[in-house]
Design a protein around this ligand. Sequence first.
Ligand code: HAM
Length: 428
Amino acid sequence: MRIERARGTRDFLPKEMRKRRIMEERMRSVAERWGYEEIRTPTFERSELFTLKSGEGIEMYEFRDKGGRHLALRPELTAPVIRMYINELKMTPKPTKWYYFGNCFRYEEPQKARYREFWQFGTEIIGSDSPEAQAELIALAFNILKSLGVKAELHVGHVGLIRERLRIANVDGVQINTVMRLIDKGERQAVIELMDDMGVKGERLDDLLFLLDLKGKDALKEARDRNIIASDSDALKELELLLELLDYYGVDYTLNLGIARGLDYYTGMVFEIYEAGGMLGAQNQICGGGSYRLAALFGGDDIPLTGFAFGFDRLAEIFSVDDKDLERRGVVVVPIREKNADLDVLKEAIEIASMLREFVPTHIDLMNRSLSAQLKYANARHDSFAVLVGKNELGEGKLTLRNLDTGEQEKISVEDCVARLKAYFDLN
Ligand code: HAM
């Protein structure tokens, strides 16, 4: 019986895994150099961790375990990270700066660059949502993108301004989240209809729509001119300082006051990064984040938080790497022996393979095959060298080193062979 993969999931073959490892290592390396430390949380959690705030707008994979506990596969990592912080480490010096890399699960309609199992690489600053913290995080995100050679566009907004507009229009707390999610999905008509149902009309509705459309350099000025943001508003001052700091970091941005984000926990500045080359189609958002509050909800002090997460799979789709870097060429040690005999030859081959495995991927025959079959296998795998270990040469303490690219071969001692290969693979 042929069994298919579950819908929305993927298999990764060795070449793809090598590419993903290269990406992961570069991303980790940047995060570490910016002073962030790696953490990991469980793949599944108590459902309420997400239903309290972060999973509301997301269809989750939920189930009951045999003890009747209501659990969910994590749809994102921010809520688990804050839960962990409150449970384990409340006393760490602030700000605490963490990063993570892990799989997430969302029951979404699969399409290009949208999966039911996908990976996020993210960071959280625990203890600050200052413009300094926000600017550092955005600059970090851009440094990570630079390390991957990915060109992208940054949009910065502020959900506090939209929420305030909705409060002024007397939209209640629960409804605000519903409206925010519609805004996030770009469903403008549905926003208008819902507001209409709630009796929000005329100037109040116009002001909201005006705010959502504000984009570009003059957005803050236009908002001020129309009295949508008071000149002494904290949000405004915060945004202005953030933009100035982004200039210092050399990060380009577009101010976009219509960004709402799909998760309910954001309270202040929010940002999204889109792939600029048109390779991802509709799902071109490669990173999202902002300032939020979650700690009090999980039983901690109401500390300020700021974070972001990259969609790792989307980055993998646009990341390009030289095919040469994805090749993993190695050595095959070939014991030449009669089938099921000459164990001394096999023993010597294993010893040589062990020495080579200190520095290069090394294969040894596992199928009791003939010399020609072993060489065919080495060629098919694109190995660089074959080390032929034969009974006669063994007596002389020698073996044959064959370059599989050129076909050249020579009889040399075991020590010379190991030294020669070490020098070659240190260079290549
Ligand atoms: P998010 O925007 O829901 O934010 O997800 C972050 C990124 O994950 C998205 O920008 C997108 O690239 C990727 N992503 C989301 N859903 C899928 C999917 N179905 N398939 C492939 N990629 C996907 C968060 O999750 C927040 N926790 C980010 C954050 C951290 N905010 C503060 N700290």
